[in-house]
Write a protein of this length. Structure first.
Length: 140
């Protein structure tokens, strides 16, 4: 089923690119965890997942997802992509900056035997993002 899991992962990213959060939520199992390692945050229910996904879409209404690489291995799918756009909405506690940012993201999805996501690990450079947006200073 690795081919099907890859298809599901890419369809989820495509749904997010189209701002279709309802479709992006479909692949998640009833019990799952999304671990945003950059924020040190774990999401475990659909309402919180919706909020987590929407925060990115609201922060960058013109944001786009450009897939760089996909690896499917059994019940695991790894996708590297670039998320980029102009921050024209609030991000976390930060007001819009009208600045462009581009971040590389690595997501590791683990699927159950029914083809549902049970674990979603997201890795990205949060400090790099905040520096690009003018919300943090680059470390010396």
């Amino acid at each position: 089923m690795p081919g099907e899991n890859v298809r599901i992962a890419l369809a989820q990213l495509d749904a997010l690119s189209k701002r279709d959060v309802d479709t992006a939520l479909v692949p998640y199992a009833a019990e799952f965890s999304l671990n945003d390692h950059a924020q040190g945050r774990t999401v475990r229910d659909r309402a919180e997942l919706r909020t987590w996904l929407e925060q990115w879409l609201v922060a960058m209404s013109n944001g786009s997802i450009n897939v760089c690489e996909v690896v499917g291995a059994g019940d695991v799918v790894v996708v590297q992509f670039v998320f980029e756009g102009t921050q024209d909405g609030p991000l976390e506690r930060h007001a819009p900056t009208s600045r462009y940012a581009s971040i590389e993201v690595c997501k590791i999805w683990r699927f159950n035997t029914a083809g549902r996501i049970v674990r979603d690990d997201s890795y990205y450079d949060r400090l790099g993002l905040l520096v690009q947006l003018g919300l943090a200073e680059e470390p010396v």
